[in-house]
Design a protein around this ligand. Structure first.
Ligand code: R5P
Length: 266
């Protein structure tokens, strides 16, 4: 691996081989998502505990201090909105590689929509982006997206998406966790896999359990947004998740840490 690629990847994936990415890119098709109305304020207390943040160029420029930040994973696909849910898979590339370099991003990310009407287009978006970014040693993280079809998140489908993303040149793949067969998803993907959270789940313990299980089954970490910053205790959440990822905490230990931070004891 060339020096630049290795250097950028090591900004994202820590020396223990694990990673906690904090995505705040949801507005690129969802508008001002709950608790992300002012992204700069949302992430300020969370930044010390994130290894990297994932966001668009617009929010990066307008809401993030260039002096006090973390490595950037720049979302470079979009062009759709919740107002036309049936068209969510119809993304294009929104940001030039020249701009990616100017913004000093450590990586870029884009969505692929396997099995959707626009599967072919999104996979060529990935291939073309890899062609361009590899020239500058910029890693591409592919996001296996399902749009509004959340029921698609099962092992066979996710394994298909992850493998295709890696085959087309993604250096990291972000996918959903699934309870059954997640180890097969990871085993079939020759590049590191990080877990996305999806909509906020019932309890904190549910999050700790799926993150822990995903890591046991081979994921290197998470790219987890709403289940952190939509919590009433986002700092306690991110610190507890960080403990699972970087300190091998069990779900029970993470829950205890969460409760003690929530009560102001840590
Ligand atoms: C989709 O809106 C984005 O790509 C998010 O980065 C991704 O879904 C992860 O965030 P969350 O954990 O909120 O699903």
């Amino acid at each position: 691996m060339d020096w630049g690629m290795k250097n950028r990847l090591s900004q994202l994936i820590q020396s223990d081989g694990r990673a906690l990415f904090l995505p705040i890119d949801h507005g690129y098709f969802q508008g001002p998502t709950r608790k992300l109305e002012e992204p700069g304020k949302t992430i300020e207390p969370l930044l010390p505990y994130a290894d990297a943040i994932m966001l668009t160029r617009g929010v990066l420029r307008s809401c993030v201090d260039p002096i006090k930040t973390k490595p950037i994973i720049l979302r470079v696909s979009g062009g759709t909105s919740m107002a036309r849910k049936e068209e969510l898979s119809h993304e294009g590339i929104t940001t030039s590689v020249r701009e990616v370099i100017r913004l000093n991003a450590s990586a870029v990310s884009l969505s692929i929509f396997v099995g959707s009407e626009h599967e072919h287009e999104s996979l060529l978006n990935l291939s073309n982006l890899v062609n361009e970014c590899e020239e500058y040693d910029i890693p591409v993280m592919a996001v296996t997206a399902v749009g509004a079809e959340l029921e698609k998140r099962e092992a066979r489908y996710l394994a298909l998406c992850c493998r295709i993303a890696a085959e087309l040149g993604a250096r990291v793949v972000k996918t959903y966790y699934c309870k059954e067969g997640f180890e097969k998803v990871v085993r079939g993907c020759p590049v590191p896999v990080v877990i996305a959270g999806g909509p906020k789940v019932e309890s904190e313990l549910d999050v700790f359990e799926f993150v822990h299980d995903g890591i046991q089954k081979g994921a290197i970490g998470v790219n987890l947004g709403r289940n952190i910053w939509q919590s009433d205790y986002p700092v306690a959440m991110i610190r507890a998740i960080r403990a699972i990822i970087h300190e091998n905490a069990t779900p029970k230990e993470a829950q205890e840490l969460f409760s003690s931070i929530k009560k102001g004891k840590q």
